[in-house]
Design a protein around this ligand. Structure first.
Ligand code: DOR
Ligand code: ZN
Length: 347
């Protein structure tokens, strides 16, 4: 399999995606819909998506923004705040407006100002989610000033996540965009209630990519890339074949001017070559036979959905990633800008 010249797998889904709204939504959506059948759409708009009615309206705006001929299903999420009501969550999940709810600790990242200031404030919501089987998607970083930014994920596990799964053993949790060996160990030990998404950037880069030879804002996202041993642990986990890990790009577009800035935004726009990027990793690790599980099977299995019936095919071929792309009139720099990747989507 490793030397295969083409690779055909069931069509993948993206289990963690930022699509934004308005013109940017129109600009970025085609890149995702070209590759993925479905995506879990993050709710960190401004203002955030906190009710079933807002999620329905946002879903409609996404479907309206879809170019003719592309088939794509957005799966909507609810942004949890200190005042989210358990009834709204339960009703929204029951009527299919939400597939999951997202926990952003307040001020952890872009668009998290309305996030949860103390998990105790949403205990009632979590009890309800555990009862109805609704997945909780977690941005796993503490936000206190005393904790170093490179330690924020590991401290979150200790302080918040480990006690939470002990307290609520039936709560289904996706630990989003994991970046550390500690997160991998946590997910391994946690039993079937917990799974994790892994981004392409955290499989490709460590923190040197951001800081060596000059500060490189296009390698900056949150959680921030860590040291090399963590990247290696993530690569091992993603390519292990374990159903606890699945694809979630965390593609997070920001205009070039907002990244190349004295206070540059966090987020890497990886949607244009997302699958080519992951494929490079699976190929380098000699694990092409595990790619379909990670990209197309483990996610649906965790969410209780059928895998997609149609397929996507890649061929070994050089693909040049442009230095920048136009999305809605504003240039955006994609992940791998200026690099050549070794697989090309052919069908
Ligand atoms: O780098 C990030 N960008 N991390 C997040 O958690 C949010 C995202 C965004 O929305 O830009
Ligand atoms: Zn995200």
């Amino acid at each position: 399999m490793d030397q295969a010249e083409t690779l055909t797998i069931r069509r993948p889904d993206d289990w963690h995606l930022h699509l934004r709204d308005g013109d940017v939504l129109r600009g970025v959506l085609p890149y995702t819909a070209r590759q993925f059948a479905r995506a879990i759409v993050m709710p960190n708009l401004s203002p955030p998506v906190t009710t079933a009615a807002e999620a329905q309206a946002y879903r409609e705006r996404i479907v309206d923004a879809l170019p003719d001929g592309l088939d794509f299903t957005p799966l909507m999420t609810c942004y949890l705040t200190d005042s989210t009501s358990p009834d709204e969550i339960e009703r929204g999940y029951g009527e299919g407006a939400f597939v999951a709810a997202k926990l952003y600790p307040a001020h952890a990242t872009t668009g998290s100002a309305h996030g949860v200031t103390d998990i105790a404030h949403i205990r009632g919501v979590l009890v309800g989610m555990e009862r109805i089987g609704m997945p909780l998607l977690v941005h796993g970083e503490v936000t206190d000033d005393e904790t170093d930014i490179f330690d924020r994920e590991a401290v979150f596990i200790e302080r918040i996540l480990a006690p939470l799964i002990r307290d609520m053993p039936g709560l289904r949790i996706v630990f989003e965009h994991i970046t550390t060996a500690e997160a991998v160990s946590f997910v391994e030990q946690a039993g079937p209630q917990a799974a994790a998404t892994i981004t392409p950037q955290h499989l490709h880069i460590n923190r040197n990519a951001m800081l060596v030879g000059g500060i490189r804002p296009h390698a900056y996202c949150l959680p921030v890339a860590k040291r090399e041993k963590h990247r290696l642990a993530l690569r091992k986990a993603a390519t292990s074949g374990s159903a606890k890990y699945f694809l979630g790009t965390d593609s997070a577009p920001h205009a070039k001017s907002a990244k190349e800035n004295a206070c540059g935004c966090a987020g890497i726009f990886n949607a244009p070559f997302a699958l080519e990027s992951y494929l490079a990793v699976f190929d380098e690790e000699g694990a092409l036979d595990c790619f379909e599980g990670f990209a197309s099977l483990h996610g649906p299995q965790f969410y209780g959905l059928e895998p997609n019936q149609d397929t996507i095919t890649f061929a070994r071929a050089q693909v040049q990633v442009p230095e920048q792309l136009e999305a809605a009139g504003a240039p955006i720099v994609p992940f791998h800008a200026g690099e050549t990747l070794g697989w090309k989507q052919v069908d």
